[in-house]
Design a binder for this molecule. Sequence first.
Ligand SMILES: Cc1ncc(C[n+]2csc(CCOP(=O)(O)OP(=O)(O)O)c2C)c(N)n1
Ligand SMILES: [Mg+2]
Length: 166
Amino acid sequence: MNYDIGCVGNMADFFKTYGVHTLHGRSIAVAMGEKLINPNLMVCVIAGDGGAYGEGLNHLIAAARANIDIKVFVSNNFLYSLTTGQTSPTTPKGARTKSTPLGNLNEPINIIELLKTINPNIFAKSVDAKNISEVTKRIKEALEFKGFAFVETLQECVAFGKQLKS
Ligand SMILES: Cc1ncc(C[n+]2csc(CCOP(=O)(O)OP(=O)(O)O)c2C)c(N)n1
Ligand SMILES: [Mg+2]
């Protein structure tokens, strides 16, 4: 298990697994290395939208494009939350956040469309985190998939999510 940096990366402290708490945006790169060294390992990644779609997007694209058999789980809370609520690549346009007090100028990216364009043969799903049965189903499917698998859960940051409602 490879954890990115961020609120979601702190899951590293709550699971009893073999794990690496990597650098921000670099968990997928570390996971690809682990899989290359030992192809028999089940290799997973837990990352946030900032790490996976911002600082680490190039690694996500590389892993999907090469169909590396790793499982990537992203908690998309639409913000850089651990650093107290700056915009990420999924923050809605116009949102007033700590880093965009006059409103976010950028359109949010659609990660599923992006990944499917890069490689239509991968497994890529986005689910509402409140829908526990759907989340469970998609995680199971990802773990059983032979090849690159990606599941994004859409969730509200309890501390800074209210910025996105203004
Ligand atoms: C290389 C590097 N760049 C920036 C940071 C600062 N940093 C720590 S967490 C974080 C944002 C995390 O956002 P996200 O990945 O969406 O996770 P969340 O906290 O929202 O779960 C940033 C920019 C860092 N630790 N390392
Ligand atoms: Mg985030």
